[in-house]
Write a protein that binds this ligand. Structure first.
Ligand SMILES: Cc1ncc(COP(=O)(O)O)c(C=O)c1O
Length: 391
């Protein structure tokens, strides 16, 4: 089956459900067994069937089956948020005395909450590396390095990593590789094909697609890794609510058309911004002049609607004049929904490997499903306000 066909079939079984097209929402804590014998002999692998609400309902399994199918993975574990998926996956493979290698451009809380808080308290040391490192990652590997954590393109500044170069070094040394694949989603990138062991999605973004549900997923490339991650999720008591799993599966059905349109609109807005003298840089790997363009083209099937810009001159007062007057861009965290958003980005505050070279404001835009003509007109007026505030 081609990918777009697979998306419409996976994770549902109408014949098992009175012909109803979508899987039902099973609300469950208690799950009963017909006999003592079946209860006592429910098997070593307690995750193969519903046992208790916390370890998974049929609605959760349907969602996980769909994400696994799209990624070509062994199985998926779902979580109540993307950050929960990040923490759950990383703490499965890291313990006291271990060393983590993490890209300098990861999503802020992966660095601040996972590496600098949760893992630090647990006695795990982290070294951050330049996302452009490629096979030179080998220079940073210590005997106690257990995990390499990537995100490509990176958050806020959208550097594209050479993932296969890193996974081939890691595999030779028995190091687990993880990636936050949220920007591309399972629709535009399948990192397991690039050699990654553990693929994390903040499903809150493009999988759900409607800015109304928090969900995360971790897809594993093997039975062994799945058992470890699922067990750890159970240790934490992580549970993905059945209504949220249903909504995420429902969102997934239309991810193909949504992402194609996000890409089309974002490309139009990004190329228009490139032409503007107020903008020094547009950080979007789909642009031919982007430094990560060639690797992005090799490893990804498309570009989502999220990119960054850096201004040629000006300050945050001018940025406020631009942002506060926008009609079609909401100001708020998250992205991946149907609507356009803008957010101030401050890479200079969190990066530690390479100093951020710009002193002018940097903004992140999520381009939604509105008509790009309206978005461009809105930004055009915004850039006029920006220039006026600078003069
Ligand atoms: C790249 C990336 N990964 C992970 C997350 C975390 O997802 P959630 O907000 O569902 O916890 C986000 C949220 O913004 C994100 O942008």
């Amino acid at each position: 089956m081609k990918k777009d066909t697979l998306i419409t079939y996976t994770g549902r079984d109408p014949e098992d459900n009175y012909g109803v097209v979508n899987p039902p929402v099973y609300h469950a804590s208690t799950i009963t067994f017909p006999s003592l014998d079946e209860y006592e002999n429910r098997g070593d692998n307690e995750f193969d069937r519903p046992q208790y609400g916390r370890t998974g309902t049929p609605t959760q399994f349907a969602f996980e089956e769909a994400i696994s199918a799209l990624h070509g993975g062994f199985k998926t574990v779902s979580y109540p948020s993307g950050l929960a998926a990040i923490i759950g996956a990383a703490t499965t493979f890291l313990q006291q005395g271990d060393h983590l290698l993490m890209a300098d451009t990861v999503y802020g809380p992966s660095r601040i909450r996972l590496a600098n808080t949760v893992l630090k308290r647990a006695g795990v040391k982290t070294t951050f590396f330049d996302p452009g490192i490629g096979e030179k990652i080998s220079d940073f590997i210590l005997p106690e390095t257990k995990v390499i954590f990537m995100e490509s393109p990176g958050s806020l500044t959208f550097e594209v990593m050479d993932v296969p170069a890193i996974t081939s070094v890691a595999r030779d040394k028995g190091i687990i590789t993880m990636i936050d694949n949220t920007w591309s989603s399972p629709y535009f990138c399948q990192p397991i094909k690039l050699g990654v062991d553990v693929v994390i999605e903040a499903c809150t973004k493009y999988v759900v697609g409607h800015s109304d549900v928090m969900m995360g997923s971790v897809t594993l490339n093997s039975s062994e890794h799945y058992q470890l991650v699922k067990n750890m999720a159970n240790n934490y008591g992580y549970h993905a609510a059945p209504d949220d799993c249903y909504m995420a599966l429902r969102g997934l059905r239309t991810i193909s058309v949504r992402l194609q349109r996000h890409q089309e609109n974002a490309y139009k807005v990004a190329t228009w911004l490139v032409s503007r003298s107020e903008i020094a840089r547009v950080m979007y790997p789909a642009l031919p002049e982007d430094p990560g363009h060639e690797i992005w083209k090799r490893d990804h099937k498309g570009a989502s609607g999220l990119f960054g810009v850096v201004f040629t001159e000006g300050n945050w007062k001018a940025a406020a004049a631009l942002i506060d007057g926008l009609k079609h861009f909401g100001l708020g965290a998250s992205w991946g929904g149907f609507e356009s958003l803008v957010l101030p980005a401050h890479p200079e505050k969190i990066r530690t490997v390479n100093e951020w070279p710009h002193k002018t404001p940097c903004l992140r835009f999520h381009i939604g499903l509105e008509d790009p003509i309206d978005l461009i007109a809105d930004l055009d007026a915004g850039l006029t306000r920006y220039a006026l505030a600078c003069s």
